[in-house]
Design a protein around this ligand. Structure first.
Ligand code: CMP
Length: 142
């Protein structure tokens, strides 16, 4: 198994619902560790840049509005196979399709207000981590 880093965002519906700790506890129970963390409110420009690949999608405006509507906790998670593991732990994008015990099944409200973002590949993880963190802000345990 390879040690990896991935980007995770706890989205505004879950920070506002006071579920930050509950969600982090799911990561920790699955042996993912926090290597960096930032609690912030995204600007419109920062959110648009992050989701630029979805710019032409009909839900882009709604997505940016939601992601700037409240605080987000942006984290680098690390562990064995962190990218795929995090996606498994999050569950399907639409909580209606998410498996029992996944974060989205437990905490998400809708496909838009779906509680967490996680990088979908190692290349995306590298790009997304660099989008939010300087190298010296990320712990390197391995
Ligand atoms: P995320 O993993 O952050 O990546 C892109 C996001 O777009 C996704 O999670 C969803 O929250 C959001 N999204 C995808 N499809 C829709 C949709 N049909 N309506 C609103 N938001 C969507």
């Amino acid at each position: 198994m390879s040690k990896e880093k991935t980007l995770s965002i706890i989205k505004p519906n879950s920070t506002l619902d006071n579920n930050i700790g509950n969600i982090i506890s799911v990561f920790e129970k699955n042996d993912l560790r926090i290597a960096a963390a930032k609690l912030t409110k995204l600007s419109k420009e920062k959110a648009e840049g992050f989701y630029i690949e979805h710019k032409e999608r009909p839900f882009f405006g709604e997505l940016v509005n939601f992601m700037t509507s409240g605080p987000v906790l942006i984290m680098v998670l690390e562990g064995d196979n962190a990218v795929v593991k995090n996606r498994d732990i999050m569950g399907a994008t639409n909580p209606a399709n998410a498996a029992e015990g996944t974060i989205r099944k437990l905490f998400a409200k809708s496909v838009g207000e779906n509680s967490v973002h996680g990088s979908d590949s190692l290349a995306a993880a590298d790009r997304e981590i660099a989008y939010f963190f300087d190298k010296n802000e990320v712990l390197n345990r391995f």
